[in-house]
Design a protein around this ligand. Sequence first.
Ligand SMILES: [Zn+2]
Length: 409
Amino acid sequence: MVLTNARVIDGTGGAPLERATVRIEHGRIAEVGTFDGSPPDAAVDLDGRTVMPGLIDAHAHLSSDISRSPGFGPPPPLKGELPRPRELGYFVLAKTARTLLAAGITSVRDVGSYDDEAIALREAVRLGIVEGPRILSCGRIISATAPGGAIFTTMYREADGPDDMRKAVREQLRRGADFIKLMATGARSVLAEDPEPAQMTAAEIEAIVEEAHRLGVRVAAHVEGLAGARLVVDAGVDTIEHGLSLHRDPALLDEMARRGIVLVPTLSTFHDLAERFTGAFAPALVEQAKRQLEEAYATLIAARAAGVTLAMGHDSGPPGENAIELVRMVEGELPALEGISAATHGSAQALGLPDAGTVSPGAVADLIVIDGDPASDIRMLLDPRRISMVLQGGAIVAERPRARELSAA
Ligand SMILES: [Zn+2]
């Protein structure tokens, strides 16, 4: 397949290539060149539209619990209705997968789901039962015994002491996890947890990282306060999730940059708690989130200045609106091309997928075609009518008429 007469944003942060041609062979990009005005036979003329890597959400919770996605799933049950069968949840998951793909999300890293739903969905996609993005799952989140365990139930595997941490890592691999996620600090959404101090000991975190890396999988660390951040950087985790306090310690950000630890700022989740779902959370948590929201934006700027690799993680709902996180990163003063790079190349690094997230020879042809130039108006990525094509491994998996054809209809 050849896409021609296109603007290419390659995902590395460089200037767009105008009037370009992208040749795809065997699911991978074979060549990116200039369009000389005589397209080869069967080339798809994109008429100046933008080709860029598919978006990658590095922090998602694939779940049939749609409480953060009002309107996405079935309407809430009414009193008097029969209880909903639990299996309905799997149809919600299938809808989630299709919706993500249509929105241009070609890979997703699930950082915790209930009852191993993300692993079930990953297998459904892998086996071709439902269409969806490539999914990586952590299995269950490894946490110290903590109040969050009482709230997040089957999303967590509570463990205590280095040996139990090792066992918890091994259990996740037995479940089919692709990587490991740990809770280095408490969570901002749990009233009985203080997100500032480290929740695990240094020895516990080191045991998880050592076990995971020895067995060949990566480690994502939930981090809010600085004490936890210092422990996970020392232990050599691969990604820091949230990490909002990092702006308070520039030397630690320098160390992250030096070691290639990716930061997933998840701005949207702080908007959720501080602004969007204020009626649903304990008031003290809403007040805390307002402070954290400011800190998260301060950390975005400080991390960029330190040269830390950034990734896009929505950590919110509904599925398909993930690019709002990219918009927020850009509104938080990340230049648009850098924001796009975070949502593609940076996220691919977070997932440990060196052959994804760029439009360059050898990369897997997970691509989206945008009707317009997202570098000049990043918000167009939120408009489904602008996503005119989604390719996965070189195959067209979603296609829409262009916006002007829609408006003419
Ligand atoms: Zn999360």
